[in-house]
Design a protein around this ligand. Structure first.
Ligand code: NIG
Ligand code: FE
Length: 402
C-alpha cells in the first residue's frame, strides 16, 4: 500500500462541485486514489509515508489535455513563419507532416512523442489524449497508435480521417472506404476513440459520417474536428451522433451551441491553434451561456499549435475568450475529463485519481496573470511525485549543489 499526503495547501481548487475551494487544506491518497480532502489540521498525525509540503501555495488537479496530435516527425516552422506575413492556414499542410512521419523510424517517433509528453508533464498535464492521423496507411496509423499506447497516462484516438493522402487525391471515397474498413479493423483495438476532420479540404459530412459510424460499430467513442476554419456541418454532426466532444468550434451559430448543449456534447476549445493560425477566437462565452460544457486543450501538433502548455492555453482563454481564471481552470481539468468521459480525473475528491499540481503561486489566477512563466513546482500522478522542479539542474544551484 502506498500513501501520500500533500499538506500545507494554501488554496486547494478541488473542481468538485460540493467541496469547491478550500483554504489551508491537505489531500491524502492511497494507492493512487484520493481518499481524503480536508483542513490541514484535521489530517491524522503521521498519515502518509510520503509527504509533499505545498508551503502555503495553490494546488489544482492535474490538467487533462483532451486533444493532442503528439506522434509525428519534422516541424513546420516555415509554414508558421509564412502565416505571420499573411498566408492563411489550410488543411493541406498536414500532408507535409504525413510525409515526414512515414519516413521516420518508430524509435524516432516515440522519442519525439516522449519528449513532448515530458514537456506537458512539466507544465502540469497528467492525462493526455493522443491522436494518430499522420500515417494515413493501415500500417502507419497502427504504428502511431502503438506508440501512443506506450506513452504514460494517455488515451488513444484513431484519426485515419485527418486528410486525404496524396495517393488518393483523385479518389477520396476510396480512401474513406479504406479508413472505414481495413484501417479501422486494424486500429480500433488500439484506440478508445474515433475522430474525423470534418472541414472543406478534409472530409465532407457524408464522408465524416461514414467514418464515425464505422468507428462506433467497432465500439469506439466519437469526437469530431468541427467548424475550425469556417462554419460547417461538423458540430451538428457531432451532436446528432452523440459524440463526446466537438473540437475547435471556432465558427459556431446559436443553433450549433443549442445542439451541443441538448446532446451533452463537450465543446473542446483550442485557443492556441487560433493563436498560431491567426484565426478568430471561438465564442466561448456564448457556448457557456448556452449551457455547453467547455474543455480547453492544447491541440499540440506541428501545424496549427506547437505547444504542450495548458497554462499558456488558460492564459489565452482568459484574455481572448474572456473566461474567468476559475472557468478556465475548470475547463482545463474537469472539462477535459468530461470530454474524455473520465469521471475520476480533473477533480480532487475522494475516489478520484491522485493527480495534482503544486503551483509556485498563491492562487490559480497566476496561470493567466503570469503568462509564459513556468509556475509548476511539482506534479503528482497516480499518487507519486513524477515531476519536481527542485530536482532540475537550474534549481540545484539554489540548494548549493554544483
Ligand atoms: O487540430 N485540424 C486538423 N488537425 C490539426 C492540424 C494538423 C496539422 O496542421 O498538421 C488541428 O488543428
Ligand atoms: Fe486537432
Amino acid at each position: 500500500m502506498s500513501v501520500i499526503a500533500v499538506t500545507g495547501i494554501g488554496l486547494l481548487a478541488t473542481q468538485d462541485p460540493e467541496l469547491g475551494e478550500l483554504r489551508d487544506a491537505a489531500v491524502l491518497a492511497v494507492d493512487g486514489r484520493v481518499t481524503w480532502v480536508g483542513p490541514s489540521d484535521a489530517l491524522p498525525e503521521g498519515a502518509g509515508e510520503e509527504r509533499v509540503d505545498a508551503h502555503g501555495r495553490c494546488v489544482v488537479p492535474g490538467f487533462v489535455d483532451s486533444h493532442t496530435h503528439l506522434v509525428f516527425a519534422g516541424d513546420r516552422a516555415e509554414e508558421f513563419a509564412a502565416r505571420l506575413v499573411g498566408l492563411p492556414y489550410a488543411a493541406g499542410g498536414i500532408r507535409t507532416t504525413v510525409e515526414a512521419t512515414r519516413a521516420a523510424t518508430a524509435g524516432a517517433l516515440e522519442a519525439g512523442a516522449r519528449r513532448l509528453a515530458a514537456e506537458a508533464l512539466a507544465s502540469g498535464t497528467t492525462t493526455m489524449e493522443v491522436k494518430s492521423g499522420y500515417g494515413l496507411t493501415v500500417a502507419d496509423e497502427r504504428r502511431l497508435l502503438e506508440i501512443a499506447g506506450r506513452l504514460p497516462a494517455t488515451v488513444a484516438t484513431f484519426l485515419g480521417a485527418h486528410v486525404v493522402p496524396d495517393e488518393y487525391t483523385d479518389r477520396p471515397d476510396d480512401y474513406v472506404d479504406l479508413v472505414s474498413g481495413p484501417m479501422l479493423d486494424a486500429c480500433a483495438p488500439l484506440a478508445a476513440w474515433c475522430d474525423v476532420f470534418c472541414e472543406d479540404g478534409a472530409f465532407d459530412v457524408a464522408q465524416s459520417r461514414a467514418v464515425l459510424d464505422a468507428g462506433a460499430a467497432r465500439g469506439l467513442g466519437l469526437r469530431v474536428h468541427a467548424n475550425q476554419l469556417a462554419h460547417g456541418p461538423g458540430v451538428a454532426l457531432a451532436a446528432e451522433l452523440g459524440a463526446a466532444s466537438a473540437d475547435h468550434c471556432t465558427h459556431v451559430t446559436d443553433a450549433d451551441a443549442a445542439a451541443l448543449a441538448d446532446a451533452g456534447v463537450v465543446a473542446t476549445l483550442l485557443p492556441a491553434a487560433e493563436f498560431s493560425t491567426r484565426s478568430p477566437y471561438a465564442p466561448a462565452r456564448r457556448l457557456l451561456d448556452a449551457g455547453v460544457t467547455v474543455a480547453l486543450a492544447t491541440d499540440c501538433n506541428p501545424g496549427t499549435s506547437y505547444t504542450t502548455s495548458l497554462p499558456f492555453v488558460i492564459a489565452l482563454a482568459c484574455r481572448e475568450y474572456r473566461l474567468t481564471p476559475a472557468e478556465a481552470l475548470r475547463a482545463a481539468t474537469a472539462g477535459g475529463a468530461a470530454a474524455l468521459r473520465m469521471g475520476d480525473a480533473g477533480r480532487l475528491s475522494p475516489g478520484a485519481r491522485a493527480d495534482l499540481v503544486v503551483l509556485d503561486a498563491p492562487g490559480y489566477t497566476h496561470l493567466a496573470y503570469r503568462p509564459g512563466v513556468p509556475l509548476v513546482d511539482a506534479v503528482v500522478r497516480g499518487g507519486r511525485v513524477v515531476y519536481s522542479r527542485r530536482a532540475t539542474p537550474d534549481r540545484r544551484g539554489d540548494q548549493g549543489a554544483p
